[in-house]
Design a protein around this ligand. Structure first.
Ligand code: PMV
Length: 324
């Protein structure tokens, strides 16, 4: 039976996905637009083994348990259902390795499910096109559908599509890591709370305007044209999180320190804009020529433990070597 390995990069959304239109189908409440991060990679090997009693998932050397195991097994079940006989009954050995600085709490479900989708479908003898892979990855984790196409991706309905290749624009994301602790509430549970916020519909109403600004800025490689919309959407999403019931407050004092610093640097002429995922770390978008300066300044902000700088990344791809 088959064995295959895939590599994927996580992505950072410039306009976020927060809340579902359909929970069972994992369809988003609003369209989102993102960039894959070349500096961070997930590698996943899948082998279907007839006779193995259950799926074994090893992530960064540790056997997966609880929700992480259930989500991965659920995704393998989708692939088995698609592949049919003889893969329908075969259990899998899966190993996955994140090449991020250890346990930084950076969003990894996007690269995890993009890589798992390609590795598992290839190991099962399936050959899906990019849209098919993106649709399937979405069922594992919404944001994973955006890590399938290369570069910059737009996700509105069932799958994400490329809006620009990575070569289009060497924009940089300098990620200020302010904690290495795993978050208490993951995005999976967070999405379900979104509608309990009185700000939820207000944010959704504002998204089309922000999206238009981001699309325009991206097309013209103009950070100043898109940055204000990127910051506004991140703040609106966190406003929804903070005012949902129960309230989700992901920020730490160092998160706020970075936000204040970014605005002060910008006032001083450095072109840099922030965005924040479901966690306390801050992604700072800047031009390639300014990335060194932004990195240096971020490292000097009290509470910043590490800075990772990334340009736009490739799409999910198969490789001819394996983790086991
Ligand atoms: O789509 P999910 O369940 O992986 O959640 C993504 C949530 C955010 O990272 C906060 C926003 C986004 O669009 O990536």
């Amino acid at each position: 039976m088959g064995k295959a390995t895939a590599v994927a990069n996580p992505n950072i959304a410039f306009v976020k996905h927060w809340g579902k239109a359909d929970e069972a189908l994992n369809l988003p409440a609003n369209p989102s637009l993102s960039m894959n991060l070349a500096a961070l990679t997930t590698v996943t090997t899948v082998e279907f083994r007839p006779g193995q009693a259950s799926d074994v998932i090893v992530i960064d050397g540790q056997p997966a348990t609880g929700q992480a195991l259930d989500r991965a097994v659920g995704h393998l079940d989708r692939v088995r259902a698609l592949a049919g006989t003889p893969f329908g009954r075969a259990r899998a050995m899966v190993a996955s390795r994140n090449d991020f600085p250890a346990a930084t709490g950076l969003a990894s479900s996007s690269s995890a499910f993009a890589a798992l989708t390609l590795a598992a479908t290839q190991a099962a003898g399936l050959s899906l096109d990019e849209a098919g892979l993106s649709r399937l990855a979405r069922l594992g984790s919404g944001s994973a559908c955006r890590s399938v196409p290369a570069g910059f991706a737009f996700w509105e309905l069932e799958e994400a599509h490329q809006v620009a290749p990575p070569e289009h624009w060497d924009v940089r994301d300098a990620i200020a890591i302010v904690t290495t602790q795993a978050k208490a509430v993951g995005s999976q549970d967070g999405h379900a709370l979104a509608q309990t916020s009185p700000l939820y519909t207000a944010r959704l109403a504002a998204v089309p305007e922000w999206l238009a600004a981001v699309r325009d800025g991206l097309a013209r490689r103009d950070l100043a044209a898109m940055g204000p919309a990127i910051e506004a959407d991140a703040l609106a999403m966190h406003g929804v999180m903070m005012t949902s019931q129960p309230s989700l407050l992901y920020w730490l004092p160092a998160t706020v320190a970075v936000l204040q610093a970014v605005r002060a640097w910008r006032a001083g002429g450095l072109e840099v804009y922030f965005t924040i995922d479901a966690g306390p770390n801050v992604h700072c978008l800047c031009r390639a020529a300014d990335a060194g300066e932004v990195e240096k300044r971020l490292k000097a902000v009290p509470g910043v433990q590490e800075v990772v700088v990334s340009g736009p990344g490739a799409g999910v791809r198969a490789v001819d070597w394996h983790l086991f």
